[in-house]
Design a protein around this ligand. Structure first.
Ligand code: 0X9
Ligand code: ZN
Length: 439
């Protein structure tokens, strides 16, 4: 009786519970051959909210990544076939990949138990940060950029070997589902404290590092407990939840690539800085003022290095310097595993999108070098990057950040002053002194 009546019911309830919400959802990887094909995909993107685009159809897109629910797959594939668009199935059943994901356990008071082949939840990351403060009390301090909507601390650490240094600021995990970003910056933290490589040691010594692995704590927790593919924060708006914290900054707010619809993934919020996460972080950044030399905003995926601004393809501010420095650093990134990165202006390389942290930092704090990393991969796993890629991703990204400092110095940045304000004439003289030539 029980087996016949209740067990199937029990199984159905279990299977339809949130833990299995992506059963038979499929990840597609599309390789558009022409601008016309991109336009066909853009039509779908604009008109049909059933599909979750992990990589948007933008002109020159190398690939487009889309997730479809099982009931919409037939229609989706017919649409592609009818328009002659070739596609491959990158992941047949997303839920299988989610189920295989490893979330590790970190043992308090044992920093050696931190591993780079597993993801961690928010508590584990913060416990590890606390342990680092205990282990390196004269170098590491706990810092807080504020409090999230649900009341969680936005925790980071400062690594400093003394007073008066310029700052390298790293913000990661603003998009909850991009798990590779906190994992990567935790590895970087570890390297800055424990590496014996002379260049890494010098980088750690010469700058004050402000690193926030998870700037969207509520969203990150939600990806661990309820919905692995959640992107926004968790503030309720009507019957919907969450603001895209990378559309909520007070810089050309709502102008491009943002939505007024709270049910979408790019909801910009009811107003600029409506969210405690962005408002607090911005206020915290203001207190550091013009001491920041480099600001890095860590995202995934696509293997792209982006440079502000997100609203225009105009090469504003020190765009050409920033691009040159960034391209060289991406050369350094590719040395270890051959991972290719594309560098470019945000609006050009992905899509126009305003209200992002990088644009605000560049516009309002005049930080000389602002980069947005889109880490691995290019559509094979997307946001579900397997844990065995954490270490290689983290290693190559760390290589690039160390080289970024080196390149920035070669281009006359990272000195005691703000070199963006150095006049063109002085720059020529400096360049000739350093390189023997100007170009
Ligand atoms: O759209 C975003 O916020 C970022 N890409 S992601 O796939 N990680 O969501 C890119 C942000 C780049 N900055 C601007 N668009 N201004
Ligand atoms: Zn992102």
């Amino acid at each position: 009786m029980f087996i016949k009546t209740f067990l199937p019911l029990l199984l159905i309830t279990y299977a339809s519970s949130e833990k299995f919400r992506f059963d038979n959802y499929t990840l597609y990887r599309i390789l558009p051959k022409s601008l016309d094909e991109i336009k066909v995909l853009q039509n779908l993107y604009d008109s049909d909210s059933r599909f979750d685009f992990w990589k948007d159809p933008v002109p020159n897109a190398e690939y487009v990544s889309v997730v479809s629910a099982p009931q919409d797959k037939g229609e989706f594939e017919t649409y592609l076939n009818r328009n002659g668009i070739e596609f491959e199935v990158a992941m047949q059943n997303i839920q299988d990949t989610i189920n295989r994901e490893v979330v590790g356990k970190y043992t308090r008071n044992n920093i050696r138990s931190m591993r780079w082949d597993t993801y961690y939840n928010l508590n584990e990351i913060n416990t590890w940060l606390e342990d680092l403060v205990m282990e390196y009390p004269s170098i590491v301090t706990m810092i807080s950029a504020g409090t999230s909507y649900e009341g969680r601390d936005i925790t980071g650490i400062k690594i400093s070997h003394g007073e008066g240094r310029r700052i390298i600021f790293i913000e990661s995990g603003i998009h909850a589902r991009e798990w590779i970003t906190p994992a990567t910056v935790c590895y970087l933290i570890n390297e800055l404290l424990r590496s014996t490589d002379p260049e890494t040691m010098a980088a750690a010594r010469d700058f004050d590092w402000y690193i926030f692995p998870v700037t969207n704590p509520d969203g990150y927790v939600w990806t661990h407990t309820n919905n692995r593919l959640w992107r926004k924060n968790r503030r309720p708006y009507g019957t919907e939840f969450g603001v895209d914290l990378n559309r909520n900054w007070n810089t050309n707010w709502l102008m491009q690539g943002s939505s007024t619809d709270a049910s979408t993934n790019t909801y910009a919020g009811p107003g600029p800085f409506s969210e405690p996460e962005t408002r607090d972080l911005a206020n915290y950044l203001k207190t550091l003022g013009d001491k920041i030399d480099i600001y890095l905003s860590m995202h995934s995926s696509g293997q792209i290095l982006l440079i502000p601004f997100g609203n225009t393809t105009e090469p504003l501010a020190n765009y050409h310097d920033a691009l040159n420095i960034g391209r060289r650093a991406m050369g350094a990134l590719s040395v270890r595993y051959g991972t290719p990165y594309t560098s470019g202006n945000i609006a050009e390389a992905i899509y126009k999108a305003t209200g992002s942290s990088g644009d605000w930092v560049k516009e309002h704090l005049n930080v000389p070098l602002v980069y947005i990393y889109e880490l691995r991969d290019r559509g094979t796993f997307g946001h579900l990057l397997p844990a065995d890629q954490i270490l290689p991703t983290a290693e190559e990204t760390t290589d690039s950040i160390i080289d970024l400092i080196h390149q920035a110095k070669r281009f006359g940045y990272m000195s005691s002053g703000n070199s963006v304000t150095v006049s063109f004439g002085i720059k020529i003289v400096l360049s000739i002194m350093v390189f023997g030539k100007f170009w």
